[in-house]
Design a protein around this ligand. Sequence first.
Ligand code: ADP
Ligand code: MG
Length: 662
Amino acid sequence: MDLNVVKGIGPKKKNLLRKLGINSVSDLYNYYPRAYEDRSKLRKIKDINNNKDHYFIWKIRSKLYIKNTRKMTISYLYASEEGSSEKIRLIWFYDRYSPRKLRIGKEYKFFTKISRNGGYVEAKNPLFSEMTDDQIGSIVSIYPLTSGLSNNQLHNYINESLKYYDKKEDFLAEDLVKKYGLDFRYNNLFEIHNPRSIGSLMKAKSSVKIMDLVKDLVFLQVIKNKTRQKNNIRLKYKLSEILNKLDFTLTKSQARSLYEILSDCQSEYTANRLLIGDVGSGKTIIAMIMMIIFAQNSYQSAMMVPTEVLAIQHFEKNLSLFNEFGIRLGLLTGSSKDKDLIKKDLLEGKIQVLIGTHALIQEDVEFKNLKFVVNDEQHRFGVSQRQMLALKGKAVNYLTMTATPIPRTMYLKISNILDMSMIDELPRGRKPIETQVISEDHQEILFDKIEENIKDRRQVYVVTNNIDGDDKNSLLNLFKKFEKRFNKNKISMLHGKMKAYDKERILKDFSIGKIDILISTTVIEVGIDVPNANMMVIYNASNFGLSTLHQLRGRVGRGPYKSFCYLISKDTKPSNKLNILVKESSGFEIAKKDFDLRGGGKIISLLQHGKNLSKIEFLNMDKSDIDQSFKIYNDLKENDFRSCDLSFITKFFGEDRRIILN
Ligand code: ADP
Ligand code: MG
């Protein structure tokens, strides 16, 4: 339903909401608070001896006084508390407007810290409200905001939107909801946005999480049954011949994953498998080996990656390996010059393995005999993009690869429904990446480190978040600065807006060591692999999310050299979230802490199967809630999901289309 129906939302607010990812009424009431502030307990001054905010009710006793000093305006007035003889002084700095609303003789709610000054109890810039308003005196939901939209406004819109709640969001029959001790989604959402107590809030949250997880599990199972296809291939291969050509031996979990994928591709039904592994765990080579095997059996494969830069790199890096087996590898991106020739060779089967971006899913890209499809970094593609590639062949085996972390307990349970393999170790000999937060004002320290590193013949990445603009840390300004400071070294720039040809050349030069310092945007975030580069410098680090920083850091520490990651920030206080990266190296732990920081407001979906499906707050789900979800799921399954409303599945995907999971 369109946001227009909600009272108070016009075109302007609609735009602001869009910035928060809210495009419909359902998005609005499913927008969860990032945190809660307990302003529910009414206090008396005499009981307070700490420096925290508390809720008081005070009566105004004087008119408003305004004093202008040379530096600022101070507004103040006096108040009293019932049953107490304390004199209360309320003071506002720089704010002569908001206290004007207060009337002598009237009571108001206050939420403030108090301190003593002379004979007075003082409250500085206190938050206050009318007695009838519940922004004070309750548990208040705090939402992620954008400028121009206040918490109060958003909260009101959400409550308005709940009037249009769509009953279809409850997919469990009424008696089942009761049977499992859950509550209806509407009631849960209402509680989540307007909690009565911490206890009832917790209950509502876990009820929503359980139902969302059950819904996702049902989705997976139903789709899996619908899309199963008979496999009609037979693979012959000599693994040792392939493995001997690699310059390392596979780790145990790589070998296990490879084996699982291989047997999947030869089972009665086509494979549809998710390969999970932290950054740098070595997922790419598994896909390459599979594609070699398919090619040796005269079947075509295609690998789709999210950026041109990554496509180019996968191509360059693996070209010689494929050549050794006489397999022709093709590269197709939006800016490939010889597109027509590539397409022709593909259709004739001369190109056996094709690597590329979403250019691969264009209509006129046709295969002779496509049987294996890989999606690298799957979460960057939409569901329909992912299915389109597999639709270019008959009975295609499908592999997706991701670094999205999953808790182990969840993994074990979900793997009963979804075929998954996990690489849970890094290749041997990897040293931990030394990570440090460096103040913007102390860059000389950094430059010395970089200089030393280059002297050792290693290479350096420098990453920032914007290309031009007047930010002194923009790509262009950093480039100038580094050119000046490191005038004897070779420095290059890389960003998404460059021509493919230039990107290709720069990546190649960097990978063969011709470039010492590569200054780049986040186009190098995923997948880029140059083992000789061992230093990652990230400017404006606070502007990135922790998971992105972890991905970026994952670009180094890929070879035998000791590696470093420097996060440049104005704020170097120990409380800065960047310090989480200093202490943590596991992507899973980082995602979890990142998640805790954001208070569970922005929820990560495990399955990422479409933005309209509800998402699972899986990272911080209690074990008992996970267990309960699987119990309900199993009960439903025994019943062939007869008691579920499955319209949510068919709604998003036409009945007759094949759907790719993961
Ligand atoms: P990711 O899982 O992040 O995609 P990559 O596939 O890019 O990781 O692998 C990271 C690096 O580790 C690459 O340089 C790759 O060649 C190397 N690598 C992969 N497997 C092994 C292994 N078993 N031993 C040593 N190095 C490996
Ligand atoms: Mg990768």
